[in-house]
Write a protein of this length. Structure first.
Length: 803
């Protein structure tokens, strides 16, 4: 295709003409992006075909990762890097006076996910391919991903995201592999010759059409597949109104639900879930049957992973196909299904636990409901045998109870492995949330601490730091991220420290420029860049950060001699459109920014910046520029966190609670290299059990708290009266569910230490380098290796030239 710069240029110009019907001079940046993207996709295609062929020939076990979200981020830059053609392309374009980075900006940022869970799935795909593991993703081709956020007058406004507006160069439509999905209707039971069979009649059919996207491994020939399902019209019944049928069908894949760690309970969401699951399971079985006939061995060749409970219907769907279509007995089908499926839990927040009302479930998915009922009856019978007479325990563990289908219970009962996403989270699952299930099935429970792709979050996002690390320790760490530890031997090297300082400064300048352009705020690159970027949620406690800034403002106003290290507080966060409290906090951050940034004296010392529309591409500019990483969730509530790891890898120091993976970060780097504060998870859980926390006491006894809480409602912010009353109420009237006031003093103290520590520049920079050197543990390559060995039982497939 092209193997050097000149061939590339020639090919590019020719292709530009044929694709866009324009000469180079007339072409727009988007034409150029479109052309380059198509060329790269084509460049990938031979490896893609070879990989598929190899998987077929090798007869190896494959894993299918089912997830309602994949937060991919832009693909052009990452694909060029992974294919090792970035330099050739960049040089070639430069000759044509085109900047590659400007072209990259033309790509829409595919946002088929809300936050951590979806981005984790994307990092996992990158690691699977890079480790030559046969693993594929299945998701929905949402026409609109997570909404675009606009800030108007300090309030969040949502606009529909439009990633497909200009087409998607990476996808290949596969209409011949479309499958049919059945909703509604009735089940006819037939009993002849001692055999019971089931027939789904009067169903409404929807066609699921796959769009495949290549997943390119780094410096390897492996190209795996991410399959996105699109809902289209199938044959419709005689009684159906074609217009409403069209509307309802297309609605299935129109939108991603915009809630992070919150259950929706909407029938359209249930439709989405079954649509994903049924199309995926049908396609997995179809491709299995092309190679092998005996489905009784399915679990030896196929692992199906469900990313949280959203795809939990994979269990009854696989049962349905094995029994109704393949003629298995219940026992045979259960043996195969329960050994094929494995499950990851991502949260213990009760509002996120999926519980579907039977009255919604049963009519929409009559056969699936029947199967779940049967799974439940058999499970309860087992429980009865093990715990005779313990009605309460059985009622509590049942899959269906009080008119609700509990998806987590279904997932536990129907899978061979259940894992949490950080040590503390997995322990809370075993010892609290899922205690009774752990007692019943201790062997199923395990931990897989999350990780992130260092290829996206270092190589792609921070080429400057990447070059510096490689200069210092060579490039083996890129393939073996645990080798980053070698950097630890160099952290006292004054030259390295200075170069790191320069890289950080450079990245802060780049971000400062963006902030100036977008927010019209001039920030000081010598100030501490203190960053909290993540979804807006009460448990993540952006409010604690805000109250600390208000406290600093008050100190600075009261005492003209109060000196602190200058800081720029940077926020980025989307709120679920229906989450009233979260939207108020966004408004509060903006009101605070007004107050702080416009005060002639205070603004010399601190500034507050809210960056609009936080998403993967913006994150790539933010992590490299951060000095301080805010990971301040109420202990026990953040299952793992993954932003914490991205900051660490880019040399920011963490201010964090002993929650999620923060704990393992501390264990790995040592307590001197991280700033921890606040209640422990045990303390929080104990408070929740005994109900002894009284936020009012902290309000009354701490003058600093009283002042900032009062300022929410006393006209301090120049907003309508009552604007922030609900926030004040959450702290006082509702007794501060997330212990913001309880942790306030501890947070103020640790932040003061941070400010002082930053003034010793060299020690600070060394600590940052120590953080980077230990961040290899948090590469998703490590995580995926563990899933592959301990859950999926899959091994790498090597191309013949790599064997
Ligand atoms: C999500 O992003 C997470 C958990 C969910 O539970 C749902 C969503 Cl959309 C149903 C997050 C966790 O909050 C976070 O701690 C974790 O790091 C991330 O998943 C990946 O495991």
């Amino acid at each position: 295709m092209f193997s050097n710069k000149d061939e590339f240029k020639e090919f590019f110009l020719k292709r530009l003409e044929s694709m866009c019907g324009k000469g180079f001079e007339q072409s727009t940046k988007r034409d150029q992006y479109h052309t380059l993207g198509n060329m790269v996709r084509e460049y990938i295609s031979s490896k893609w075909i070879e990989t598929k062929e190899l998987y077929r020939a090798d007869n190896k076990k494959q894993v299918y990762y089912l997830s309602i979200e994949f937060l991919l981020g832009r693909l052009l830059g990452q694909n060029l890097l992974n294919l090792q053609i970035k330099d050739v392309v960049e040089e070639g374009l430069k000759d044509l006076h085109i900047s590659l980075s400007e072209i990259e900006e033309c790509e829409s940022d595919p946002a088929l996910g809300n936050g951590g869970l979806g981005r984790l799935a994307a990092c996992f795909l990158d690691s699977l391919a890079t480790l030559n593991l046969p693993g594929h993703g299945y998701c929905i081709r949402y026409k609109h991903g997570l909404f675009d956020q606009k800030i108007v007058d300090g309030y969040q406004v949502e606009l529909p995201e439009q990633w497909l507006r200009h087409g998607n160069v990476w996808e290949v439509r596969k209409p011949e592999e479309a499958v049919e999905i059945s909703f509604w209707g009735r089940i006819e039971t037939n009993y002849t010759n001692n055999i019971l069979t089931f027939k789904h009649v009067d169903a409404e059919k929807v066609l699921a059409v796959p769009y495949d996207m290549p997943v390119v491994g780094y410096q390897v020939d492996t190209v795996n597949t991410l399959r996105l399902w699109n809902a289209e019209l199938a044959a419709f019944g005689p009684d159906q109104d074609i217009l409403s049928y069209k509307r309802e069908t297309e609605a299935i894949t129109d939108f991603l639900y915009p809630d992070d760690t919150h259950d929706h309970g909407k029938i359209l969401r249930l439709k989405q879930q079954y649509f994903l699951v049924s199309s995926s399971i049908q396609s997995i079985i179809a491709s299995y049957k092309k190679e092998r006939s005996n489905l009784r061995e399915l679990h030896h060749y196929v692992a199906i992973h469900i990313n949280d409970t959203h795809p939990a219907m994979a269990i009854p769907e696989l049962m349905r196909i094995l029994i109704d279509v393949e003629g298995f007995s219940w026992e045979e089908a259960w043996e195969v299904t329960s050994h094929t499926v494995s499950y990851t839990n991502h949260t213990i927040l009760s509002e996120a636990l999926e519980k579907w009302p039977v009255h919604l479930f049963k009519p929409l998915l009559p056969r699936i409901y029947m199967i779940i009922e049967e799974i439940n009856e058999r499970f309860c019978a087992e429980l009865w045998e093990r715990y005779p007479g313990e009605w309460e325990r059985i009622e509590h563990m049942a899959i269906i109870a009080h008119g609700l289908v509990k998806m987590a219970h279904l997932s536990i009962v129907g899978s061979s492995s259940i894992n949490g996403v950080a040590k503390i989270h997995s322990n809370i699952l075993k010892n609290r949330e899922m205690k009774s299930f752990y007692e019943f099935y201790p062997w199923k429970f395990n931990n897989k601490t999350n990780g992130i792709s260092h290829r996206r979050w270092l190589l792609k996002a921070n080429p400057q730091l990447t070059a510096l690390i490689t200069n210092s320790i060579g490039n083996e760490w890129v393939k073996q991220p645990e080798k980053l530890i070698e950097l630890r031997n160099h952290v006292d090297d004054p030259l390295l420290i200075e170069q790191f300082a320069n890289v950080k400064r450079k990245r802060k300048e780049i971000l400062a420029k963006k902030i100036a352009e977008k927010n019209g705020i001039k920030v000081d690159v010598d100030s501490i860049f203190d960053v909290q970027v993540k979804r807006l949620h009460a448990y993540k406690r952006q409010l604690l950060n805000v109250l600390h800034i208000m406290y600093l403002y008050n100190r600075l106003k009261e005492d003209p001699n109060y000196f602190i290290q200058p800081r720029t507080f940077i926020f980025g966060a989307k709120a679920s459109p229906t989450y009233y409290y979260a939207k108020k906090v966004i408004k509060l951050i903006h009101s605070l920014a007004e107050k702080v940034n416009n005060d002639p004296r205070v603004s010399q010392v601190i500034k507050v910046v809210f960056m609009e529309n936080y998403r993967v591409s913006l994150a790539e500019d933010i992590f490299p520029a951060a000095d301080v990483s805010e990971q301040i969730s109420t202990a026990s509530k953040e299952a793992s966190g993954t932003g914490n790891m991205k900051f660490m890898m880019n040399g920011a120091l963490t201010v964090g609670t002993l929650d999620g993976a923060n704990i393992e970060m501390m264990e790995e780097i040592g307590a001197d290299y991280i700033f921890t504060f606040g209640l422990t998870a045990d303390e929080v859980l104990k408070y929740e059990e005994n109900g002894r926390y009284r936020s009012m006491e902290y309000y009354h006894h701490d003058q600093r708290i009283r002042q900032v809480v009062d300022q929410l409602t006393n006209g301090f912010f120049n907003e309508d009266e009552g604007e922030f009353e609900s926030i004040a109420d959450s702290l006082l009237v509702q007794n501060d569910q997330y212990f913001v006031l309880r942790d306030f003093a501890s947070y103020i103290d640790v932040q003061e230490k941070v400010g002082i520590a930053y003034q010793d520049r060299v020690t600070w920079l060394k600590k940052a380098l120590v953080n980077i050197s230990h961040s290899g543990l948090f590469s998703s390559d490590r995580t995926i290796q563990q899933y592959a060995e301990e859950i999926w039982n899959i091994t790498p497939v090597l191309q013949s030239n790599q064997k």
